[in-house]
Write a protein that binds this ligand. Structure first.
Ligand code: AMP
Ligand code: ZN
Length: 112
């Protein structure tokens, strides 16, 4: 499968890791939109939020249980935003589920 984030998980494309365990990888976004911009992805290929179901939602729960620690370890102290773009209207560019963690400055009040 030709998937950029699967290649990052495999290590064939390098990344700056923020956290890793058996279920997930967190790494710094190559084009940061905030002082701290981390992507958290499941190691299992799931295309988007649209593909989350009862068979794989344990991974999503594990990711959300870990996000506060990832944000804190990255130095975020005053709040952050978690975003997942799903599909064309949301401008999802990489079809491997990912959660953006954005923080380190006051973020724009509007989300869309
Ligand atoms: P989205 O537009 O929600 O699909 O987000 C995809 C994100 O992946 C964007 O913020 C990109 O900057 C980021 N990205 C693309 N390629 C890489 C890469 N090689 N390493 C880290 N982040 C990347
Ligand atoms: Zn993938």
């Amino acid at each position: 499968m030709d998937c950029l984030f699967c290649a990052i998980i495999e290590g064939t494309i390098p990344s700056k890791k923020a956290y890793e365990d058996d279920k997930m990888l967190a790494f710094y976004d190559i084009n940061p939109q905030a002082p701290v911009h981390i992507l958290v992805i499941p190691k299992k290929h799931i295309a988007s939020v649209d593909e989350v179901n009862s068979e794989n939602s344990d991974i999503i729960a594990a990711i959300f249980e870990k996000i506060p620690e990832i944000a804190k370890t990255a130095g975020i102290t005053n709040g952050y935003r978690v975003v997942s773009n799903c599909g064309d209207d949301a401008c999802q560019t990489v079809k491997h589920l990912h959660f953006h963690i954005l923080g380190g400055k006051p973020l724009a009040g509007e989300m869309a």
